[in-house]
Design a protein around this ligand. Structure first.
Ligand code: TRH
Length: 389
């Protein structure tokens, strides 16, 4: 008798995302949607700003919303404005994910009270101690009585980890040893700048990637790059700070910095940029997390918060990194330069020392990347929690 194949039923997940500013909100939720899809769930992403999502997904800006997720088998749906005050036609999925406490449409939430789905809030990434006490802590929603579980991404065992795609190592290996950007060759003009990043460079030249906020010490960074003892191929991402840096560098005389102005690339190609770089200036949350996973030496321009809360977050991450630096003096220089950069200063001499210690800096970054990977991927850890409920 032929073996009867058991039908596999996958749970469906709704992810809600409001874009407050920039790319981080959509960036994290799109990455999560892809990673949960790879875990086998049927994923619907409900988002109020499809244009931002389109850029991250690498779609043409005219792509209709229902097509944005089709290559990834993810359903993308517009969060209509009036759903916040009037009725919402969506029926709740078995699992509901609220991105960064974005407040679900009240009608949708009222329907959840009848179906009791598993409900998670995915919070902001932090390396601080306190998140370990809040991770996976349930709270009771006063209006519906439903339980919502708070999930905190982080870099320690007791946190929720970071999203690391199942094919991450495979893709990285392909870029470094294989065909790289080949898949996009048909669109050579658009990807010309990415091809440049893949070309072999002379060993004394440094590839530096820049993604930061416009309120940083841009002129001082330009000066430090131009005073460096090694030639620099500087790739500036498409952002205001990138344009400002390119202008500031062009004003410096006799510099050995060549500037490559990048287009906005898809989230997948963004990893390629990190893998092809020697040093990255990185901002926000998702791209900083990607630099940590990539094991590339980075300087984090952290998102500014009131009362300097961001500096606590920055120092907490440095604290987690310290053991990975064999050279403690170099660790001090890295922390010093990074903190100063977030306070409007940038010392060319310290930057020069970091370049001199690049091998050690790289070793420390790779050590940290290993630690993060050992924790496991956020999507797998979240999936374990979903299966428990
Ligand atoms: O864009 P960010 O500054 O976004 C956020 C938001 O402001 C958010 O509200 C805030 O809370 C958070 O920062 C701290 O930086 P972030 O988080 O690094 O997101 C950028 C995303 O854009 C990330 O997924 C990488 C992606 N990206 C590309 O895919 N291609 C590109 O060319 C560039 C420059 C970025």
């Amino acid at each position: 008798m032929p073996a009867v194949q058991k039908a596999v039923t996958y749970l469906d997940i709704d992810i809600f995302c409001r874009v407050i500013d920039n790319f981080g909100d959509a960036g994290v939720m799109w990455r999560l949607a892809r990673a949960l899809r790879a875990e086998g769930y049927a994923v619907r992403l409900i988002i109020d700003d499809p244009t931002t999502l389109c850029a991250l997904a690498g779609c043409d800006s005219h792509t209709p919303i229902e097509k944005i997720g089709s290559n990834e088998s993810i359903e993308v749906c517009l969060w209509e404005k009036d759903w916040d005050t009037a009725s919402c036609p969506l029926l709740p999925a078995s699992v509901v994910i609220e991105g960064f406490a974005c407040r679900l449409p009240s009608d949708y939430q009222a329907k959840m009270a009848k179906t009791s789905p598993a409900w998670f809030n995915i919070d902001y990434f932090s390396a601080e101690d306190w998140i370990e006490n809040c991770h996976l802590v349930p709270s009771i929603d006063p209006s519906s009585g439903l339980i919502k579980t708070n999930y905190f991404p982080g870099v320690t065992e007791k946190s929720g980890g970071l999203i690391i795609e199942k094919d991450y190592e495979h893709n990285r290996h392909r870029l470094i040893f294989g065909s790289g950007f080949k898949a996009d060759e048909k669109d050579y003009e658009h990807n010309r700048h990415l091809f440049l990043m893949k070309q072999p460079k002379d060993t004394n030249t440094l590839r530096v990637l820049f993604f930061a906020y416009p309120y940083g010490p841009i002129e001082k960074i330009a000066q430090a790059l131009c005073e460096a003892k090694r030639s620099i191929e500087l790739s500036v991402t498409q952002c205001e700070a990138g344009q400002l840096l390119a202008q500031a560098v062009s004003k410096q005389i006799n510099s050995r910095v060549t500037v490559n102005s990048l287009p906005f690339v898809s989230q997948k190609d963004f990893d390629h940029l990190l893998w092809s770089s020697d040093i990255v200036f990185i901002r926000g949350e998702d791209s900083a997390a990607r630099a940590m996973i990539a094991g590339v030496p980075f300087l984090w321009h952290i998102y500014h918060q009131d009362d300097d809360v961001h500096m606590l977050k920055l120092r907490a991450l440095e604290g987690r990194f310290e053991n990975c630096f064999e050279d403690k003096a170099l660790f001090k220089k890295w922390s010093q330069l990074q903190e100063a950069m977030n306070e409007g200063e940038f010392d060319p001499d310290i930057f020069s020392d970091l370049i001199d210690g690049l091998d050690q800096w790289k070793k420390a970054s790779e050590c940290f990347s290993k630690k993060i990977k050992a924790i496991g991927s956020l999507a797998e850890k979240l999936s374990e929690q979903i299966k428990k409920i």
